[in-house]
Structure formats: C-alpha cells, structure tokens
Design a protein around this ligand. Structure first.
Ligand code: ADP
Ligand code: ADP
Ligand code: ZN
Length: 229
C-alpha cells in the first residue's frame, strides 16, 4: 500500500543504552523519522481508550505487548508518517523488534512495501552501567526528550530544554521494573542481534562513551550506506 519505497534503520540495545537519546540526535541528520514503540504505546495509553487500557495492562507490569497488536500499530503508524508529502527517507525504529517473531514480521512487512533495511545499530553498554542510567532518567511527557539527573541534566532543573514542560520520571523506571525489563531484553531481544549480524546488517557501537561521541560514530558509519542509492 506504500506509495514509495523507503530506507529504514533500526537502533537496538538494552534499556538505558541511550537509544532514545541517540535517535533524537541522529534522526534529523539522516532524514529519518524516529519511531519508538514505547512512545507510541504511551501516547495511546494517555488517551484512556479501551485499546489504551489493554496496552497498559502489559506495560505497567513490564511485560511485552503481544506481537500481533504491536506490529499492527507500528505499521499503521509507518503508513501514516511516510505517506503523502513526507520528505523522509524512512524510519529510525527504536524499541522494535524485541524478539525473533517481530523481526521476521518486520522483514515480511518491509518486503511487501518494497522497502530496504539499511542498517541495525547496536548500542552496546555493559549491564552494570544500565541501572544508574535508568533510575536517574527524566523524560518530557510532552515532546519525549530524555535527560539524566547527573549525566545529562536539563539547563533548568525539572524543565524540558526543548519545550519548557515539567519533566517526569517514568513509572517503570523503578529498580524492580528495570530488572524485569532487562531480563526480557537479554532473553528475548539480544538473540535478534545475531539474526541481523548474520545478514551483514549489524553495526556495533560502543555506547559507554560521551553522548556526542556516540552519535558522531553512528552518523559517520551510516552516511555512506545511504549514499549507495
Ligand atoms: P534507551 O532509549 O536506550 O532506554 P535513553 O536514551 O533513554 O536510553 O538513555 C537512558 C538514560 O541514560 C537517560 O537518562 C540518558 O540521559 C542517559 N544517557 C544516554 N546516553 C548516555 C551516555 N552516552 N552517557 C551517559 N548517560 C547517557
Ligand atoms: P523500555 O525499552 O525501557 O522497556 P520502552 O519505552 O521502549 O521501554 O517501552 C515501554 C513498554 O512498552 C515496554 O516495557 C513494553 O511493555 C512495551 N513495548 C515497547 N515496544 C514493544 C515491542 N516492540 N513489543 C512489545 N512491547 C513493547
Ligand atoms: Zn519537552
């Protein structure tokens, strides 16, 4: 149903690796539209619909939303964003896929659209670094910008640099929920990295470095991959 074919990038890594932070920096430079399935779900949950309540029942206990529902919502959103007048090359997918079934469903959906997967960026950070990143994380409920109390504070305490809204802590950034989400990541999501590695699509990036160094490294590696078009 797509009007034109697109070129997409996936950003992967454990919770706290800096996917959202990096996506905000690199998406505009690569002419990609950043889509986070987590943000997508949080938007629907804010609306208080029946669908929102169903999604909340999974998200609030740190469980994955069922694959079929996730894939349907994501692809509807891709159609919506890339349809019409969009000048974007494609999507920067963040938080998807999370398991092998989602990776294969994505392959199928991209094939049907005639779209290309350019690269899968793996932001690699040792597990022992992640808890302090996540329990210190502050997010903007309005524009999605991400900060950290110590590592990346906003200019004015508690206030979003981008839009001026009050920052919040996510309800699932408690130590217990973080542990649960990280276990799911290492069990179900990390193996998907090998699937993309075997296809020659994986780009390993050291995420345990200053934020700007990480984004420079990613942009430098990805630009030539788009230029081959
Ligand atoms: P993810 O989307 O992978 O879960 P985030 O982008 O939300 O990760 O980052 C998690 C937390 O770590 C945030 O508070 C963010 O400000 C902080 N952070 C991101 N990248 C770095 C980095 N390179 N060094 C230190 N802290 C970082
Ligand atoms: P995190 O990666 O830090 O767990 P996200 O913001 O990416 O947080 O996602 C929040 C929640 O939304 C997840 O805990 C999960 O319940 C749900 N979710 C996000 N992406 C997916 C996905 N691809 N498949 C299933 N559930 C998802
Ligand atoms: Zn904001």
């Amino acid at each position: 149903m797509a009007e034109k074919s697109a070129a997409h990038v996936i950003i992967m890594g454990p919770q706290g690796a800096g996917k959202g932070t990096q996506a905000a920096l690199i998406a505009p430079r690569l002419h990609l539209e950043h889509i986070s399935t987590g943000d997508l779900f949080r938007e629907v949950m804010a609306g208080d619909s029946e669908l929102g309540q169903e999604i909340r029942s999974y998200v609030d206990r740190g469980a994955l939303v069922p694959d079929a529902l996730t894939i349907r919502m994501l692809m509807d959103h891709v159609d919506h964003v890339l349809g019409g007048e969009s000048e974007m090359r494609g999507m920067l997918l963040d938080g998807f896929p999370r398991n092998q079934a989602q990776a294969e469903a994505l392959d199928l959906a991209l094939r049907e659209r005639g779209d290309r997967l350019v690269s899968v960026v793996h932001v690699d950070v040792p597990r022992e670094r992640l808890m302090e990143r996540l329990t210190g994380r502050l997010v903007c409920p309005n524009c999605g910008a991400t900060y950290h109390r110590g590592f990346n504070p906003p200019k004015v305490e508690g206030v979003c640099d981008v839009c001026g809204s009050s920052l919040i802590q996510r309800s699932d950034d408690t130590p217990e929920a973080v542990e649960r989400r990280l276990s799911i990541y290492y069990e179900q999501t990390a193996p998907v990295l090998d699937y993309y590695r075997a296809k020659g699509l994986l780009l390993d990036v050291d995420g345990d470095r200053p934020i700007v160094d990480v984004s420079e490294r990613i942009v430098e590696a990805l630009l030539p991959k788009f230029d081959v078009d």
